[in-house]
Design a protein around this ligand. Structure first.
Ligand code: T4K
Length: 394
């Protein structure tokens, strides 16, 4: 039985607190970046594989523990290019519980996405659902390490080996994540990172493809530069996916700040977990103990006995000046360009559908103060307490 109305608490202007956004980019002190800018201004090398691009590529490979990195202008163009590099066609098995760029990269290559359901606890593609979705047209699997939590890479690799399929991981959320002691970015044939402003590690806009051999990297590097090999030779119908010197210089500097950024994110995660783990009807994420995570998101699940629906809580927090985000609602499979696909039917995707109706990601970024985190927790607790004190509707 439902309560008679939703709670109505004070708005953020009434509470006198500044609004809290779901995320905020980490930026190094401006004075630390100025010497990098001076070098760019003096050299006038702005793009096309300049010195910062080279340095950042190599520093990033070391930092991440991967053999080869190709920098890109963003993750979406990197996903599109990775599919080109591996000459993927036909059908690709993927998840509906992600940002639209995952599936859009398939459509941009004329590939048919085939959605399979997620594991309700990890939010990642359920490997047990993959085999049944394979047809003679299947050429690859595109899983997502959702919220930075590693997929079951071993199970996915076994299936790919059995059916001779490629694996391209959308690792947009998985910067720096380690699975069983090594970079999760080394799983599969390629992994794609995003350095967008809203990500754990940002270069304003940016992205990268991680691959395992030098020849493949060279091919990717040709593809991201229109297919040019030299001044007069074009070997493929490539695209312009290059990262500029500005973004590469910023990335180089941002790497130095990553230990502090990750430490702060872990602290915020611990406060949320401690406080909200006690709230009836709220499920906090159970991160795997054997993996090193990046605490990129804090997704909580609002169960029916919380008293408010996820959307009611989302609106209530918004009124209080706290921006949670419903990543990932709607599902990719609900958008008009996908919903006609047989694999997009909700009855085939019960766990993804339920998660998209119950999950809200709470503010999580290194600039968030402890008091802000407690304010978010207080607001969630107060909403639950107040709604439970209300009379039941007849
Ligand atoms: N694959 C996956 C699994 C992805 O999640 C993404 C991107 C991609 C691929 C594609 O990567 P890129 O091609 O973008 O490299 C954001 C991002 O735009 C998007 O990059 C991200 N996933 C997605 C999950 O989230 P919104 O709609 O949340 O962005 P927005 O503009 O509403 O920003 C959220 C909050 O962040 C703002 O309220 C304030 C703060 N913010 C944002 C920006 C852009 C800032 O403080 N400064 C900023 O510059 O999409």
């Amino acid at each position: 039985m439902r309560r008679s109305s939703t709670v109505s608490i004070l708005s953020s202007t009434q509470t006198g607190h500044p609004p809290i956004t779901v995320t905020q980019p980490h930026l190094p002190p401006l004075e630390e970046f100025l010497p990098y800018l001076e070098k760019i201004w003096n050299s006038k090398v702005l793009t096309n594989g300049g010195p910062f691009h080279k340095q950042f590529e190599s520093a990033l490979a070391d930092y991440l523990g991967v053999p080869h990195v190709s920098l890109f202008t963003n993750a979406t163009i990197a996903l599109v290019t990775a599919l080109q590099a591996l000459r993927i066609s036909g059908e690709v098995i993927t998840t509906p519980y992600s940002f639209v760029a995952t599936a859009h990269s398939l459509l941009w290559n004329g590939i048919k996405p085939v959605f399979v359901d997620i594991d309700p606890h990890t939010y990642n593609m359920d490997p047990q659902k993959i085999e049944a979705a394979i047809t003679p047209n299947t050429t690859a699997i595109m899983p997502v390490h959702c919220y930075g939590r590693p997929c079951d890479t071993e199970a996915i690799q076994r299936i790919a080996d059995d059916y001779n399929l490629k694996i391209i991981y959308d690792a947009a959320h998985a910067f720096g994540v380690q699975h069983h002691g090594q970079s999760v970015l080394n799983a599969g044939d390629m992994s794609i990172l995003s350095f967008h402003a809203t990500k754990v590690f940002n270069t304003f806009e940016g992205g990268a493809i991680i691959c395992q051999d030098a020849r493949t990297k060279q091919h990717i590097d040709h593809l991201k530069n229109f297919g040019f090999v030299n001044e007069v030779t074009v070997v493929a119908a490539g695209i312009n996916g290059k990262m500029s010197e500005f973004n590469a210089a910023l990335g180089l500097l941002q790497l130095k700040h990553m230990p502090a950024v990750l430490e702060r994110r872990a602290q915020i995660d611990a406060i949320y977990r401690d406080r909200l783990g006690q709230v009836d009807g709220v499920e906090v994420p159970q991160w795997p103990a054997h993996d090193r995570l990046n605490w990129s998101y804090f997704p909580i699940r609002i169960k029916p006995h919380f008293g408010l629906s996820r959307d009611e809580l989302y609106e209530e927090l918004k009124r209080l000046g706290i921006a949670g985000r419903r990543y990932f609602y709607p599902l990719i499979s609900e958008f008009p360009m996908y919903r006609g696909l047989p694999s997009a039917q909700m009855s085939m995707l019960p766990h993804a559908t339920e998660a998209s109706r119950e999950v809200i990601c709470l503010p999580q970024y290194p600039g968030l103060q402890d008091a802000d985190v407690h304010r978010v927790c207080d607001s969630i607790e107060a909403a639950a307490t107040q709604v439970k004190a209300m009379p039941l509707a007849a």
